[in-house]
Design a protein around this ligand. Structure first.
Ligand code: ADP
Ligand code: MG
Length: 477
């Protein structure tokens, strides 16, 4: 039996506002426990929530970025349940009428094809506090700082067909929210958390299978692992004659497995009703125009432009649009060198590797775009070979100055003087008569030996193309 995997993701992303969604309390991460939740966040008697306009602006920006309908009128509801980190007894969320309606996100598959994934909705809601189980022996700590932090929950259609597609979609959303400044997307701090709904069905079947929901996944790698495990588990259950039970599960990264948390029967009845303390949210065209003013060129558009304007491959364009900062950096290097392809090779190659090794973001790079452009210019005008350029790059990285200064200080200038290279070649041929004999006798491989000797004698500074041409000439081949 062939099985098809079906996945829909619900992603909670924390909005980058300075204050909470219904109060003026700060949203900073990492403050001392219980110092940033005010009476409104705790829902103490007599308080009135007031909607933070900043959160609405970010939701509208996001909706516009995914080509979604923005609801002219949406409603906040109370989702009632008891939990120690929710002292109010309810969470304010949008239920029947979300602020962002149907939209779409494009992902690139491994074979290069582009797939459009439907977004069902995105709604505003407040976060709850946090229960801390690790630091307290036999006890649970409650930190309410996060209570009332604004979230946008982004719900996808069940359009995803593999763990790879799910990860590509989640990564794309992550790229978008950071790109337009809607969220810092910090996954360690919980600013971007994924719930994965997973089911399987016989290939060709149209009806969806029964799904399970894996909650609160906070890394792309875990998302991939969790889905893989869950798909295999469901297939095992069905092939063993059982039925998949609709339930909420948890991914345990240490054991690389998912475990049941609660079944549908135990699920809460949230008794949603419109929050009587909050007016419906009404958004007109003016507000949308204001919220989306200064919206940057979006990732897809920039990807297309990088391909068309600079002749880059989809692969390079994809890497260079990982973030806005990286794209800006690249364009600066491309402009400063007049060679967009070589610029892409250096940014995606040497620079990316060095940043990766050092664990730095592009904004923290010790080699700025002008310096990298300066180095690439010296490759282009053949002052240095590509090989020595790597050495120069390392020196720039270590703060030794710009490319010209390093080339001068280290005497790395490429030798392009024909006479000088010829002289070296003659010395080497004279010193190695046996190899010359072998080469002339038909042993072509010896050619590489001569190239190596010339480069060694010139400390890698001889222009390689010239060395090749002159060697051939001298050896009479
Ligand atoms: P709920 O409101 O109970 O969370 P929804 O119908 O809103 O359920 O769906 C939540 C998420 O689950 C959506 O992302 C949706 O695409 C996904 N989903 C729904 N049915 C399935 C299924 N059979 N298999 C996989 N994902 C599903
Ligand atoms: Mg759900």
């Amino acid at each position: 039996m062939q099985w098809e995997t079906v996945i829909g993701l619900e992603i909670h992303t924390q909005l980058a506002t300075r204050s909470k969604i219904f109060s003026g309390a700060p949203t900073d991460f990492g403050a001392a426990p219980n110092t940033q939740a005010c009476a409104v966040d705790l829902g103490l008697p007599g308080v009135l929530p007031v909607l933070n306009e900043g959160a609405v602006i970010l939701a509208v920006r996001f909706g516009t970025a995914i080509e979604a309908e923005i609801a002219e009128r949406s409603v906040f509801a109370r989702k009632n349940y008891f939990y120690p980190d929710l002292p109010k007894g309810y969470q304010i969320s949008q239920y029947e009428r979300p602020v962002v309606g149907r939209g779409r996100v494009r992902i690139r598959l491994d074979d290069g094809a582009v797939k459009e994934v439907g977004v069902t909705r995105a709604h505003l809601e407040e976060d709850a506090g946090k229960s801390l189980h690790e630091d307290f022996h036999g006890l649970t700590g409650i930190d309410l700082n996060r209570a009332g932090t604004p979230l946008l929950e982004i719900v996808s259609e069940p359009d995803l067909r593999s763990p790879e597609e799910a990860v590509a979609y989640a990564r794309k959303l992550h790229r978008i929210v950071r790109w337009i400044g809607v969220s810092d997307g910090n996954m360690q701090e919980g600013s971007f958390r994924v719930d994965a709904n997973v089911s399987v069905r016989p290939l060709g079947e149209e009806t969806l299978g029964t799904r399970t929901e894996i909650k609160n996944i906070n890394s792309f790698r875990f998302l991939d692992r969790a889905i893989r495990f869950e798909v295999a588990r469901q297939i095992d259950v069905i092939e063993g004659g059982g039925r998949v039970v609709q339930e909420t599960r948890l991914y345990d990264a240490d054991r690389d497995e998912t475990r049941a948390m609660r079944t549908k029967e135990e699920a809460n009845d949230y008794r949603y009703f419109p929050d009587p303390d909050l007016l419906p949210l009404v958004i007109d065209a003016d507000f949308v125009a204001r919220a989306t003013r200064g919206m940057p060129e979006l990732p897809d558009a920039r990807h297309r432009r990088f391909r068309d304007q600079y002749g880059l491959s989809d692969y390079d364009a994809d890497l260079l649009t990982a973030s806005r900062d990286l794209g800006d950096y690249y364009e600066c290097v491309a402009a400063g060198t007049g060679d967009p392809k070589l610029a892409a090779n250096w940014v995606n190659g040497e620079l990316a590797a060095a940043l990766n090794r050092a664990g730095l973001e592009i904004g923290e790079s010790p080699v700025d775009a002008h310096m990298l452009a300066g180095l690439i210019r010296r490759i282009r005008d053949r002052t240095i070979s590509g090989k020595l350029a790597k050495q120069v790059f390392e020196a720039i990285w270590n703060g030794e100055g710009d490319a010209d200064a390093i080339i001068a200080a280290r005497g790395l200038k490429q030798i392009t003087d024909v006479g000088a290279i010829e002289a070296v070649i003659e010395d080497i041929l004279a010193a190695n008569p046996a190899q010359v004999e072998q080469y002339r006798g038909g042993k072509d491989k010896v050619f590489g030996f001569f190239v190596g000797q010339v480069m060694k004698a010139t400390k890698g500074k001889a222009n390689p193309q010239q060395v090749n041409a002159l060697l051939k000439e001298k050896l009479g081949s």
